[in-house]
Design a protein around this ligand. Structure first.
Ligand code: NAP
Length: 327
């Protein structure tokens, strides 16, 4: 009678494409959740207690309190590029490898930043709500007057992979691009993006569209608050496709209500999935449910890359021991 070593157990915290899951099942015993669920730290610990690896969503928290209860855990594959749900120091101390999915979502997320810019300035969702409510009684020269996009100055906070993809689209709109990072990008990238480095205050002062593409970290939490909103032009729009918490939502609500800026486009919120009632009541903000990378092809690519990472991190497949995207 042969005795086979038990296969490592892996948890997938949210539904995933079946064919991608099958690739995990070739190597591991897979427990997959068939519905979306916001996991508490206690629930994460309970689910991960007997697991060697996991594919997680970007809202699924792992910190020292979770890791203290997960003795078998060796690898976490985040299904997204942001990883503010993970305490990297705690993971390192526990000897758990963490990976993410950079690169495969840049263009799709950049498209979405433009969707929000255009929708906010040209009042697309507001106009549709108004039409669906039966308010349109005939052509009027004066309804839904918005701001222009063409020719305006695009300001990008966070000229990384996604920020650069947003900037490259600006030439068709004949928009000058300014950007701010902690460090200036290489001259070749500036040339390719036709972008000029400026300090933070200049960006806030000169941009007609302030687009946020920085990761959420201690250094970027509430990076845009009352003072920064006050420094923006009255005709300017704030676009956040990065993470909730980078913007102080209460300060933004006040600025939008008092029309101290023209409008905003937000894909992410401080207390997701809750969106403040005061924000829902405002017409000068376009609100979407964290769908920046949500094209079918890109979500498939993200799922596939997360699974590649986990398989490799757990010592299997062609890249055994060499996961492509260690954080
Ligand atoms: P990335 O390539 O790492 O770029 C981030 C940029 O932000 C870098 O250029 C970095 O430059 C800059 N930065 C970091 N901290 C900063 C600070 N304190 N002040 C100013 N600039 C700062 O990341 P990415 O792949 O473009 O992704 C960016 C973020 O977008 C992710 O972390 C994720 O949270 C978010 N995202 C959201 C969605 C969505 O569905 N809405 C989809 C994808 C990604 P320096 O290091 O030189 O400062």
């Amino acid at each position: 009678m042969s005795t086979q070593a038990p296969r490592p157990r892996v948890w997938v915290s949210r539904p995933l494409f079946d064919d991608v899951l099958d690739r995990l099942r070739e190597h591991f015993d897979v427990e997959v959740e068939n519905g979306d669920h916001d996991w508490s730290h206690e629930q994460m610990a309970q689910k991960l207690r007997d697991k060697t690896g996991a594919v997680l969503g970007v809202a699924d928290p792992v910190d020292a309190s979770v890791l203290a209860q997960t003795p078998l855990l060796r690898a976490i594959a985040n299904r997204g590029v942001g990883y503010n749900n993970l305490d990297l120091d705690a993971l390192k101390n526990a000897g758990v490898v963490a990976t993410n999915t950079p690169g495969v979502l840049d263009e799709t997320t950049a498209d979405f930043a433009w969707a929000l810019m255009l929708a906010a300035a040209r009042r697309v969702t507001e106009g549709e709500r108004w039409l669906r409510a039966g308010n349109w009684k005939g052509m009027s020269f004066h309804i839904m007057l918005g701001g222009d996009v063409y020719g305006k100055t695009l300001g990008i906070f966070g000229m990384g992979r996604i920020g650069q993809a947003i900037a490259r689209r600006a030439s068709g709109f004949r928009m000058p691009v300014i950007y701010h990072n902690r460090s200036r990008v290489a001259a070749g990238i500036e040339e390719d993006c036709e972008a000029r480095y400026v300090d933070r205050d200049t960006l806030l002062r000169d941009a007609d569209f302030v687009v946020l593409t920085v990761p959420l970290s201690a250094g970027t939490r509430h990076m845009i608050g009352a003072a920064e909103l006050a420094a923006m032009k009255r005709e300017a729009y704030l676009i956040n496709i990065a993470r909730g918490g980078i913007v102080d939502d209460a300060a933004l609500i006040a600025a939008l209500r008092e029309k101290r800026i023209a409008g905003a486009g937000l894909d992410v919120f401080e207390h997701e999935p809750e969106v403040p009632a005061e924000m829902l009541a405002l017409d000068n903000v376009v609100l979407t449910p964290h769908i920046g990378s949500a094209s079918l092809a890109t979500r498939r690519a993200m799922a596939s890359l997360a699974v590649d990472n986990l398989i490799a991190a757990l010592g299997c497949g062609p890249n055994a021991g060499r996961p492509p995207n260690v954080i």
